[in-house]
Design a protein around this ligand. Structure first.
Ligand SMILES: *[C@@H]1O[C@H](CO)[C@@H](O)[C@H](O)[C@H]1NC(C)=O
Ligand SMILES: *[C@@H]1O[C@H](CO)[C@@H](O)[C@H](O)[C@H]1NC(C)=O
Length: 392
């Protein structure tokens, strides 16, 4: 049986530029946008408290229609990109009984017992797919996006009216404070989230679509150790879409146990899009999941590295070759003594090389990660396998 492997991605931090606060040593940023100046210039519109909502955390750009959708507390807004003041909204609250249940469970009525929209994806030409926390009872819906060609000033509308609602477990977290990362490809939703009320069962899921849902192993810290998901991207491996891979970016506990102190590692995890799960202990579990450490550090004097381990955001800059976008990560330090942030850049060639490199492995929760010395099984774990198709 395979246990998940872990690989270290070392020496990838290139062109690290520290942008550390206001200390005199830090290089001046190239561009600086100051909020008060922007407010004074009237180039900024403040939507704070829009429709008495808050938590505008989920964004989806619809370039074709020229709209920006924003998921918030109990609402989804769509802003006209040409005239951002023109917007429409869907009100999507939870029922009174749902809110009361949430309150009785000891949650905060204003900050937790509402429907915080966490997933907002283009589903097909006429619908979005959206999920919210549903007052600790995640829920999803298909949202109609249409046009009124006859009504000039109201070119596009969004509506929940005919929606079909579904259980949002494994798609949106229960707790609005938790981060979630999701991607909808070919009618299937990949999401890194927590799938329980307590916020302990973190996993990478694939749901929707025709296949049986697939996830990472439950409560096994070798797969995921209290992760916080940042983003997820599809990156082609070759010209054949069958080889496509899905990359998850997250940070997680570096060490198990209560007494080891706080240590975080930034991670890149991969799965193959054509992974349909395995046999025996891996039925409905990923067979191609691998993760590696993303290191972002400034080598210091006396051999003391400054490590930026708290991955905060990821941006993929597309190049001419869709197989090789440049990955930018924004990191902060974990240390209370030295606070700083950095941007590190990674190439997909280096990422792929690391996933083809040596494995690390650990026998159980009380063991250390050590280099894997045994024979690497065939097919190599983590490789796209056409055999995978035969398993379903
Ligand atoms: C927002 O809430 C205030 C106070 O409860 C209320 O007076 C106001 O009408 C609300 N505005 C909207 C747009 O719902
Ligand atoms: C998009 O998906 C929705 C929900 O499944 C469905 O009702 C609708 O017909 C689909 N639209 C198109 C153009 O396929």
């Amino acid at each position: 049986m395979f246990t998940p492997f872990l690989i270290f991605l070392r020496g990838l931090a290139r062109g690290v530029r520290s942008c550390v606060g206001s200390s005199g040593a830090a290089p001046a940023p190239k561009y600086c946008l100051c909020l008060t100046e922007m407010l004074e210039s009237n180039n900024i519109i403040n939507f704070n408290g829009l429709a008495n909502s808050s938590s505008y955390h989920t964004f989806l750009l619809d370039e074709e229609r020229g709209w920006l959708y924003v998921g918030a507390k109990d609402h989804i807004f769509s802003f006209n990109l040409v005239n951002i003041k023109e917007y429409q909204k869907i009100v999507w609250p939870v029922s009174h009984s749902r809110r009361d249940e949430c309150k009785w469970a000891g949650k905060d009525i204003l900050r937790e017992c509402a429907n915080f929209i966490k997933v907002l994806k283009a589903y097909n030409q006429t619908h979005l797919y959206a999920c919210g926390t549903g007052a600790f009872h995640p829920v999803c819906a298909y949202i109609e996006v249409g046009s009124h060609p006859e009504v000039k000033y109201l070119k596009t509308y969004i509506s929940l009216f005919h929606s079909h609602f579904e259980n949002g477990r494994g798609k949106s977290p229960y707790d609005p404070k938790l981060l979630t990362a999701s991607l909808l490809v070919d009618g299937e939703l990949y999401s890194g989230t927590a799938a329980d009320f307590m916020g302990r069962d973190f996993a990478i899921f694939r749901t929707l679509g025709h296949h049986h849902p697939i996830r990472t192993e439950q409560h096994d810290s070798r797969w995921l150790n209290d992760p916080r998901f940042i983003s997820v991207h599809l990156i082609p491996e070759s010209d054949n879409p069958e080889d496509d891979k899905i990359y998850f970016f997250f940070r997680e506990n570096a060490i198990d146990g209560e007494h080891t102190g706080k240590a975080t590692h930034a991670r890149i995890g991969q799965i193959c899009k054509n992974d349909f799960g395995g046999h025996r202990s891996l039925v409905n579990k990923w067979t191609t999941f691998l993760k590696a450490r993303l290191i972002c550090s400034v080598p210091g004097p006396n051999g003391i590295d400054t490590h930026f381990d708290e991955l905060q955001d990821v941006f993929l800059m597309n190049s001419k070759d869709p197989k090789n976008p440049i990955v930018y990560g924004v990191f902060t330090t974990s240390s209370n003594i030295f606070k700083g942030s950095a941007v590190c850049m990674y190439s997909m060639t280096d990422v792929r090389r690391v996933f083809l490199g040596p494995y690390a492995h650990r026998d159980g929760p009380n063991y250390q990660w050590v280099p894997y010395q045994g024979r690497v099984p065939y097919p190599r774990p983590g490789t796209v396998s056409t055999l995978g198709n035969l398993v379903i």
